[in-house]
Design a protein around this ligand. Structure first.
Ligand SMILES: Cc1cc2nc3c(=O)[nH]c(=O)nc-3n(C[C@H](O)[C@H](O)[C@H](O)COP(=O)(O)OP(=O)(O)OC[C@H]3O[C@@H](n4cnc5c(N)ncnc54)[C@H](O)[C@@H]3O)c2cc1C
Length: 393
C-alpha cells in the first residue's frame, strides 16, 4: 500500500497527511476550501498542546487565556484560574499552519471537492471537482457535514448539537461560560485575535431557539450583534448507544475527526480529537505487521483505548451535568458555588478544563474529595464554630 487519499483538510485530515507523508507514503489531500475560517471557538486545551507541543511553540497568531468565568442561574459567577492556559487560534490560521506542515512533509495538497469514492479492485477511485484520482487507501476527514454517506459516522439528529454565534468587535482577557436553565449546552465568549466569538451550543433544541436564547442574553448585557458576523455549524455529540455502533473504519478506509463523531459530548472540544485520531489512523496504517483490513479493524480498538471510551462515558454524564440536580439545586448552580467556596473542588474543575481529568475516574475523585469540599464550603460560610475541633483538624 503506497498511495493514500485524504478527503478533507481540517485538523484531522491535515495532521494525518503530515504523519503519513513523513513516513514516506504518497499522500494526496483534497479539500474544497483549504484553509478557511470554520465556525469554531478555536480553543486548544493543555491536553492538546502537551501531546503536540508545536501547537504552543510556533509563530502563528494566537491568544493565551489564563482565566475562565463560570456563571449559572441563581449562582452568580466565579473565576476559575487556568494554571494550564487555553490557546485560542483563528481557524483560518490553525488550518493553514497544519496544511503547510503536511505540505512540507511531502503531501500533495489539492483544492477540490470529492464527490464520490468508489471501490476499484482492492483500491479506490475518487471523482473530484478537478477530475479523478486513484488511491490504495482512503482517510475520510470531511467533518460533521460529511457528504459521503457510506463512510464515517451515521449522524442522527440525536447525535448532534447545533452551535452558532457571532464574531463581534471587542476584547477581554478571560473566557466566559454561561449555563442556562434547562439547556444541555452553554453560551461562551472566547476572545480571539482582534474580536470576540460569542456563541451557544445545545442539544435537543432547534437552532432558531438557541439563536433567540443567545440574542436575549447578549441584549441583557448590552452586547450588540447586528453588525457582527453570524456563524453556525453542526457539532457531533454522540449518544451512548451511538458510540457503541460508531462506524469509524471499513475495508480500505478509516474516518477521523468530526467525520467519525469524535467530539467531547459535554464541552464540544473536537480539535484535539481530530488531530489525535488523524495521528492514530496514520500510525495504525503504517503498521505493516497486519493486513490492510486488519489495520482498519485495529484502528477502532486503538481509538477506544486512547480516548473514545472516555468520550463514550462522557456521553452518559452529559445530560445530568447540564440539567441534573444535586443537593436541591441544579448541577451547574452547585458547580459554580462549589468552585467559589472549595479550593479542592476548584482544582478538580481546573483539571477538567485542561483535560488532565478524564470523565472515567471523575466520580471517584469527586466522591473521595466530597467530605473535604463540603468542609471547605461549611468553613467559608462561617460554620466553623459548629464543626467539631477534631473534624477541623
Ligand atoms: C461553533 C463551534 C465551536 C467550536 N469550538 C471548538 C473549540 O473551541 N475547541 C475545539 O477543540 N473544538 C471546537 N469545535 C469543534 C471543532 O471545530 C471540530 O471538532 C474540528 O474542526 C474537527 O476537525 P475535522 O478536521 O474533523 O473537521 P473540519 O474542521 O470540519 O474539517 C473538514 C474539512 O473537510 C472539507 N470537506 C468537507 N467535505 C468535503 C468534500 N466532499 N471534499 C473535499 N473537502 C471536503 C471541509 O472544507 C473542511 O475543511 C467547535 C465546533 C463548532 C461548530
Amino acid at each position: 500500500m503506497k498511495r493514500v487519499a485524504i478527503l478533507g483538510g481540517g485538523p484531522a485530515g491535515a495532521f494525518a497527511a503530515e504523519q503519513l507523508a513523513s513516513a514516506g507514503l504518497k499522500v494526496q489531500l483534497f479539500d474544497e476550501k483549504l484553509a478557511w475560517e470554520k465556525p469554531c471557538g478555536g480553543g486548544l486545551t493543555y491536553k492538546a498542546y502537551s501531546q503536540y507541543p508545536f501547537l504552543l511553540h510556533n509563530t502563528t497568531p494566537k491568544r493565551t487565556i489564563r482565566e475562565t468565568v463560570l456563571s449559572a442561574p441563581r449562582a452568580g459567577e466565579v473565576s476559575l484560574p487556568l494554571d494550564e492556559p487555553l490557546l485560542i487560534y483563528s481557524r483560518f490560521d490553525l488550518n493553514r499552519m497544519l496544511l503547510e506542515r503536511a505540505e512540507r512533509a511531502g503531501a500533495q495538497i489539492e483544492q477540490a471537492r470529492v464527490n464520490e469514492m468508489t471501490r476499484a479492485g482492492s483500491g479506490w477511485q475518487l471523482r473530484t471537482s478537478g477530475g479523478t484520482a486513484d488511491a490504495d487507501f482512503c482517510i475520510v476527514a470531511t467533518g460533521a457535514r460529511n457528504p459521503l454517506r457510506d463512510f464515517g459516522t451515521e449522524l442522527k439528529s440525536h447525535d448532534t448539537m447545533s452551535a452558532l454565534g457571532y464574531y463581534v468587535p471587542g476584547d477581554q482577557e478571560r473566557i466566559d461560560i454561561q449555563f442556562l436553565p434547562q439547556l444541555e449546552g452553554y453560551i461562551w465568549i472566547f476572545p480571539r485575535c482582534g474580536h470576540l466569538s460569542i456563541g451557544i451550543c445545545g442539544k435537543g433544541e432547534p437552532a432558531s431557539a438557541l439563536r433567540k436564547r443567545l440574542e436575549n442574553w447578549m441584549a441583557e448585557r448590552a452586547i450588540p450583534w447586528k453588525d457582527g458576523t453570524f456563524y453556525s455549524h453542526l457539532l457531533p455529540a454522540l449518544e451512548t448507544r451511538s458510540w457503541k455502533q460508531n462506524r469509524v473504519s471499513g475495508e480500505g478506509w478509516m474516518a477521523v475527526g468530526d467525520a467519525a463523531g469524535l467530539v467531547d459530548p459535554i464541552t464540544g472540544e473536537g480539535i484535539y480529537y481530530a488531530m489525535r485520531s488523524g495521528d492514530l489512523a496514520a500510525r495504525t496504517l503504517l503498521d505493516e505487521t497486519r493486513s490492510v483490513n486488519a489495520r482498519a479493524e485495529e484502528y477502532r480498538r486503538v481509538l477506544r483505548r486512547d480516548f473514545a471510551a472516555d468520550l463514550e462515558f462522557g456521553s452518559r454524564l452529559a445530560h445530568r451535568i447540564f440539567v441534573g440536580r444535586f443537593l436541591f439545586g441544579t448541577i451547574p448552580q452547585r458547580m459554580v458555588q462549589f468552585t467559589r467556596r472549595s479550593a479542592r473542588f476548584s482544582v478538580i474543575m481546573q483539571d477538567l478544563f485542561s483535560g488532565r481529568q478524564p470523565y472515567l475516574g471523575l466520580k471517584k475523585r469527586l466522591m473521595s474529595n466530597l467530605n473535604g469540599s463540603l468542609y471547605e464550603i461549611g468553613m467559608s460560610l462561617g460554620f466553623s464554630s459548629q464543626v467539631p475541633r477534631k473534624a477541623r483538624a
